[in-house]
Ligand binder design. Structure first.
Ligand code: ADP
Ligand code: ADP
Length: 230
């Protein structure tokens, strides 16, 4: 099964807003996929449908074959989400942050310990493991968001605007980490409104506008078709 299969997905909120109007999308296992669109295009709604937070109005959405509505637990466990907002419990230490997240996904204590040590090492956060999240620098907080999202070994990682409002130096640093995550086998869905970021990182890109996919392809093919320069 593909990492993410979306077919003719629509979402109409109770307010009447049609946030998604027939979105179809397939992301293969191992792919690094970019979803580009301006504010209000429907990116968050699509992500929330994938994690089960929003119930689609119609259409299909499956994560590695697990239906995001009918097989919600399995689908959600296959997904790791690095949200745009740094929604930590700021009083927890880094270790506690990861441990709590692992517990939420039902990981046994011993496995949580090993996984958390491994991730803190991989994201160069080991020295801070007993510090509270609130004491971290901006870059460290972004790294902790990635580590937390990976804690329960999701096969699909969703990065929601991972570098929004981040300076160039830190953006390059984060790119190195997310590239490595993908190279190690995790499928990635990245949302961004930086075309340059999607072109730099993604195998394939889709543009979403007004709840519809308006273009899709490799970054090279889209650049040729739309004449977008970077
Ligand atoms: P993006 O993440 O691309 O900015 P969203 O998915 O947040 O786009 O929003 C798509 C559209 O749906 C927007 O018009 C937005 O105002 C609307 N919308 C988002 N969430 C809700 C909600 N909970 N209730 C009503 N309308 C919403
Ligand atoms: P909250 O009260 O903040 O919603 P939860 O216990 O629901 O706390 O979730 C714990 C943390 O795990 C939250 O920070 C939430 O953002 C995150 N989370 C929930 N579902 C997922 C998921 N599928 N992938 C990654 N993180 C998730």
């Amino acid at each position: 099964a593909p990492a993410l299969h979306i077919a003719d997905l629509t979402k109409r909120y109770p307010t009447g807003t049609e946030a998604l109007r027939g979105v179809s999308l397939d992301i293969a296992a191992g792919e690094f996929f970019g979803l580009l669109g301006r504010n209000g295009a429907g990116k968050s709604t699509l992500i929330h449908c994938t994690t089960g937070l929003v119930r689609p109005t119609s259409g299909a959405i499956r994560v590695f074959g697990h239906d995001a509505v009918d097989d919600y637990e399995q689908a959600r466990t296959a997904v790791g989400l690095a949200p745009q907002e740094l929604n930590f419990d700021w009083f927890l230490t880094l270790e506690e942050t990861l441990d709590y997240h692992g517990g939420y996904f039902g990981m046994p204590r011993k496995e949580r310990r090993a996984r958390s040590a491994e991730l803190l090492e991989a994201f160069s956060l080991s020295e801070k493991r007993r510090e509270r999240a609130m004491t971290l620098s901006g870059g460290m907080k972004r790294r902790l968001i990635l580590a937390r999202a990976l804690m329960h070994r999701p096969r699909l990682l969703i990065l929601d605007e991972p570098t929004a409002g981040v300076d160039v130096e830190l953006r390059l640093e984060l790119w190195r980490y997310v590239r490595r995550i993908n190279a190690e086998g995790t499928t990635i869905l990245l949302t961004t409104h930086y075309l340059e970021e999607a072109e730099e990182l993604c195998d394939r890109i889709a543009f979403i506008d007004g709840g519809r996919i308006v273009a899709e392809g490799t970054s090279a093919s889209l650049t040729a078709e739309y004449g977008v320069e970077t």
